[in-house]
Design a protein. Structure first.
Length: 318
């Protein structure tokens, strides 16, 4: 089947925003591409005027008339780009703060393409599925939580017209009622997942003709915390680790494919330092292979900070 993965732009808030390919779409592509013809539309890559939208929004703080016109044009252009991929199924990702864009994009897309099923994943489908599906009745399916196993099984079920009730971790309409299937467990062995890359991102090669500044990679999923204000645990559940060997191979896979401006790797984990011994093992393995590279941490919990930790990272090119 022809599967299109769509990642929407982010229209709200003030952004000091560095645009990079959506990692979530890349990971879903990795599990689908051996079985299906996958195209990825990352709005921030395929649509140059998105940057103009950010600039105008930040300068005006609230949407000006010019911004609203730009935004309406962006939505329609993204729909036309999506239609050119001729998808059998459209899979849409989301964060809470781009849900207004998701709503408008999917509403207009469905009106033009009523026979193409739409699958929506992300924080809102996971945490408030009833509210999400009720507000967006033109969405056919919600995928709750971690996506790889669910998307593979749901796409196969749609393709072969099997019973939806047998797919764990989804919501859908049936007889004008929202149906929920049982929760899906999290992926216990992350090393079983295939390596991700950006080969199926539409427009990526042109976009990356001015190379990315640094390489992005994940070394864990989930978090030990269960903070009420955060979606990480709700989506990813307990923290799990890729092996250091897997992480190094993923880095090599990306370096073999793409150029980067800097010899730098950004670890994109939601909570990079949970177990300091495991973190040290990861970094030591990384440094053995990539001794000339610096590395950076994107997120970590404040209680993980200690003199031992800072002494360690200061000696290891963080």
């Amino acid at each position: 089947m022809k599967i299109t993965l769509f990642w929407p732009p982010i229209p709200q808030g003030s952004w000091n925003f560095r645009i990079y390919p959506c990692l979530g779409s890349a990971y879903l592509d990795a599990v689908l591409r051996d079985r299906h013809d996958v195209s990825i539309i990352d709005s921030n890559i395929v649509h140059g005027k998105t940057a103009e939208f950010y600039k105008d929004y930040n300068e005006n703080n609230t949407p000006s008339k010019k911004v609203l016109v730009i935004w309406d044009n962006i939505i329609m252009n993204l729909i036309k780009i999506t239609e050119r991929t001729q998808p059998d199924i459209l899979c849409v990702g989301s964060w809470s703060y781009n849900m207004p864009v998701v709503a408008e994009f999917t509403r207009k897309f469905k009106a033009r393409n009523p026979d193409i099923p739409i699958i929506l994943g992300g924080a809102n489908p996971t945490l408030i599925p009833n509210e999400t599906l009720s507000a967006l009745p033109y969405i056919d399916y919600l995928a709750r939580g971690e996506g790889e196993e669910t998307i593979v099984e749901l796409v196969e079920t749609i393709e072969k017209k099997r019973e939806l009730k047998d797919v764990k971790g989804i919501c859908f309409w049936k007889n004008n009622k929202i149906k929920h299937t049982p929760e899906r467990g999290y992926i216990k062995k992350l090393d079983d997942l295939p390596f991700m890359d950006y080969e199926n991102f539409i427009g990526f090669k042109d976009w990356n003709s001015n190379p990315m500044e640094f390489l992005q990679v994940m070394t864990t999923r989930g978090c030990v915390g269960k903070c009420s204000f955060c979606t990480v645990y709700q989506i990813w559940k307990t923290e799990r680790f890729y092996s250091p060997e897997y992480v190094n191979k993923q880095i090599k896979h990306l370096l073999d494919l793409y150029d980067y401006k800097e010899q730098k790797v950004a670890f994109m984990d939601d909570n990079f330092v949970v177990n300091l011994d495991k973190t040290k093992k990861l970094i030591n393995t990384f440094r053995e292979k990539y001794s000339d590279y610096v590395w950076q941490i994107i997120d970590m919990r404040v209680e993980a900070m200690s003199k031992e930790f800072f002494d360690y990272i200061s000696k290891n090119k963080c």
